[in-house]
Design a protein around this ligand. Structure first.
Ligand code: AP5
Ligand code: MG
Length: 207
């Protein structure tokens, strides 16, 4: 099954993608994770992407489209894949149609107010991708899974969060109509607790 996770920043795309991919045995392809790795490794793509990400803006379509097109050619995508955070513009969605056949688009929906609270309290492990919220860490600053130091993403600082949300409403939300017209949208309430959200996603995917 080839699946897209759509939804605003902080909706829980990454959190749910890890579990869903493990269950379905398919790779999670997160353009955000790929770009952050490129920044860390100081590749030309990373250097070009950094200024956009730091401002909470989208990286140019041509850059992310090339990344995804190349990634989908890998053997591990032959049995299906989950796109987490791509496409994010109508232009990206139109490009995707030329090289992929999508079976379902899960739209994880959460109010802006809750998103700000989630993102400003998020802590991540750059080593294994573990994602936490400070309210559940009980003062710990290390990753439960691998013991590495947790960090706050630069784009989770308050001002950047607000600009990411407005970019989402202007540029990514129109994709809900785009995929509704194609009969692919499956809506899930992302405000419910994580386990309920996970169960709801499996249900809409029939998995
Ligand atoms: P990206 O990394 O994709 O960020 P995003 O879309 O802003 O989404 P997030 O990763 O912030 O949120 P999420 O939905 O994964 O939530 P999470 O599971 O972590 O992109 C970053 C940047 O890269 C972009 O701004 C852009 O510049 C660039 N980029 C990436 N893709 C691009 C593209 N296609 N085109 C152009 N540019 C691109 O959860 C968030 C928090 O909430 C966590 O603390 C978590 O513990 C908590 N939480 C999750 N679920 C629940 C729940 N059910 N209840 C309570 N808390 C919860
Ligand atoms: Mg994410």
């Amino acid at each position: 099954m080839n699946v897209i996770f759509l939804g605003p920043p902080g909706a829980g795309k990454g959190t749910q993608a890890v579990r869903v991919c493990e269950r379905l045995g398919i790779p999670q392809i997160s353009t955000g994770d790929i770009l952050r790795r490129a920044i860390k490794d100081q590749t030309p793509t990373g250097l070009a992407a950094k200024s956009y990400i730091d401002k909470g803006q989208l990286v140019p379509d041509s850059v992310v489209i090339d990344i995804v097109r190349e990634r989908l050619e890998h053997d591990d995508c032959k049995g299906g894949y989950l796109l987490d955070g791509f496409p994010r513009t109508v232009q990206q969605a139109e490009a995707l149609e030329t090289f992929a056949k999508i079976d379902a688009v899960v739209d994880i929906d959460v109010s802006d107010e809750k998103l700000v609270e989630r993102l400003s309290g998020r802590r991540v492990c750059l080593s294994c991708g573990g994602t936490y919220h400070v309210s559940r860490l009980n003062g710990s600053t290390t990753c439960e899974k691998c013991g590495e130091q947790l960090i706050q993403r630069d784009d989770d600082k308050a001002e950047t969060v607000l600009s990411r949300l407005s970019v989402y409403h202007a540029q990514t939300e129109p994709l809900i109509d785009f995929y509704t017209q194609r009969g692919l949208i499956k809506k899930v309430d992302g405000a419910q607790p994580m386990d309920e959200c996970y169960a709801a996603i499996l249900a809409v995917l029939g998995a």
